[in-house]
Design a protein around this ligand. Structure first.
Ligand code: ZN
Length: 77
């Protein structure tokens, strides 16, 4: 039957890691490009420093004020 040698196992492990990296790359590309702006699903951000309200994309995790570059809270729905 099929026998796993050291060299064979190393090749399998490398191929598996390459597959995982490719999948993560594809996922990251999809996450960056597949999300277009849909105003009904975006949220409002509010800057406590300069009191600016602005639209935040729903997949943004860290929100910075476009006016003063301060870290801001994101208002929940
Ligand atoms: Zn601000």
């Amino acid at each position: 039957m099929f026998e796993i040698t050291v060299g064979n196992g190393f090749s399998l492990c490398t191929a598996f890691l390459l597959l995982v990296c490719a999948a993560l790359g594809i996922y990251d590309f999809w996450r960056e490009n597949a999300h277009d702006w849909e105003l009904s699903e975006e949220r409002l951000g509010h800057c406590p420093a300069c009191r600016l309200r602005f639209i935040v994309a729903r997949h943004e995790r860290v929100v910075r004020c476009p006016n003063c570059n301060e870290l801001c809270s994101r208002a929940n729905r």
